[in-house]
Design a protein around this ligand. Structure first.
Ligand code: DAK
Length: 265
């Protein structure tokens, strides 16, 4: 399959041509352990923006290197930012774009996911980790704190005690600890993490894109709201889906004992 228009590898990202609705994006700054420069983040946000508009893409897998997923914010860039520089920094807006990607995003993490690297993994909807993965928020060692949602997403995901331990001590957790705490969905061998993430993304890509979009939206909304409001939000989304062709197709296909053919309508 040819690469869809606008979806080409960039200086910091390698893109594999989408197959079965899944785009694979690999962070590609091995010389700097995939440290997240502003340029890299802009490129990632642009790729996700293109992917969100592209009907050939139903899900995205993001990965890094074999030994380092991403070493966090680029400290050479960060060193030059004073307080006014941080106040005027464009990166929060770029992170926000990544957070708003409406299609499923799966991270396949091998090796270190540190600081902004751990935060990037937490922007994914699902994390598959190689058993050599290490997750950490070591910003405290630099006399700073996480700045791309690390404090907020970590505590909501792993709970207070572990989040406090990671953020206050800078200590890393293993892939298995990350799985036990709910940060990671599955642990595989390092060689298998990307293929497992792609397989899972393909399973998701075969569903109705409308139902997937609504499910992701409603699930993420649970972080933002009280249970009663979240339940109302779920009901509205459920109601909206009742008006789709895909929903009729899904139920009819089950009753007629055949595979559904979802059209995204
Ligand atoms: N930035 C820049 N360069 C880095 C880097 C980083 N984060 N991490 C590694 N490198 C560079 C090293 O400087 C070295 O470059 P050269 O000396 O060759 O020029 C090269 O990559 C290889 O590094 P190592 O020799 O250290 O490689 P190892 O394989 O031995 O170790 C490592 C890999 C990932 C364990 C280690 O490199 C490491 O500990 N790196 C730093 C991890 C870290 O402290 N990360 C937290 C960064 S702070 C915000 C958004 C986000 C953030 C803040 C604000 N806003 C929107 C407000 C996030 C902050 C952070 O992430």
């Amino acid at each position: 399959m040819n690469k869809p228009e606008g979806l080409e590898s960039t200086t910091h990202l390698l893109l594999m041509p989408p197959q079965e609705g899944v785009l694979l994006v690999q962070l590609n700054r091995p010389e700097a352990r995939n440290a997240l420069t502003t340029e890299l983040l802009i490129q990632l946000a642009e790729v996700l923006d293109q992917a969100s508009l592209n009907e050939e893409i139903s899900a995205v897998v993001i990965t890094g290197g074999e030994k380092v997923f991403a070493a966090g914010a680029d400290l050479k860039q960060m060193a030059s930012l004073d307080m006014v520089g941080v106040l005027n920094d464009t990166r929060p807006a770029i992170w926000q774009k990544i957070a708003c990607f409406p299609k499923p995003l799966i991270a396949a993490v091998n090796g270190f996911a540190l600081g902004g690297g751990c935060e990037l993994a937490m922007h994914a909807d699902i994390i598959i980790a190689g058993d050599n993965a290490k997750f950490g928020q070591p910003e405290i060692n630099l006399a700073i704190i996480p700045g791309a949602g690390g404090t907020q997403r970590l505590i909501r995901t792993v709970g207070k005690s572990l989040a406090m331990k990671m953020v206050l001590s800078g200590e890393f957790i293993s892939a298995e600890e990350a799985r036990q705490s709910g940060l990671v969905a599955e642990v595989t061998s390092p060689e298998d993490s990307v293929s497992r993430a792609i397989d899972l993304a393909r399973v998701i890509a075969a569903k109705s894109p409308l139902a997937i979009q609504q499910a992701k939206d409603v699930l993420l909304n649970a972080f933002e709201t009280h249970l009663d409001v979240g339940l109302q939000y779920e009901r509205k989304a459920f109601t909206v889906l009742a008006a789709t062709e895909d929903r009729n197709e899904g139920i009819n296909a089950f009753l007629e004992k055949r595979k559904p053919d979802f059209k995204g309508r």
